[in-house]
Write a protein that binds this ligand. Structure first.
Ligand code: SF4
Length: 73
C-alpha cells in the first residue's frame, strides 16, 4: 500500500539564489541549475534527507528551506 510513501517539500527563493552551486554539490539528485543558473528542485526525494539538510545549510545565501517533511518507517 502507498502508506510507505515519503514526501518532502523544498523551497528555493530565486531572489536569494546566486547560483553558487553548493546545493548541487551536496545533493546532486535533488537540485540542478536552470538556464538562469538558479537552483531548481528536480526531485525532492532525490537524495537522503541528511544530504538535503547539508545542502540547505551550505547555501551561502539561505535561499533553500525544507518546508515540509514526512517520512515513515
Ligand atoms: S547553494 Fe544556494 S545560492 Fe547556491 S545554487 Fe544552491 S540555492 Fe542557489
Amino acid at each position: 500500500m502507498p502508506d510507505q510513501e515519503r514526501t518532502r517539500e523544498i523551497a528555493v527563493d530565486r531572489e536569494l539564489c546566486m547560483g553558487s552551486g553548493m546545493c548541487i554539490v551536496y545533493a546532486p539528485g535533488t537540485f540542478a541549475h536552470d538556464e538562469a543558473t538558479k537552483a531548481i528542485v528536480i526531485d525532492p526525494m532525490g537524495d537522503a534527507i541528511d544530504a538535503v539538510r547539508i545542502a540547505i545549510e551550505a547555501c551561502p545565501t539561505g535561499a533553500l528551506s525544507l518546508t515540509s517533511e514526512e517520512e515513515r518507517g
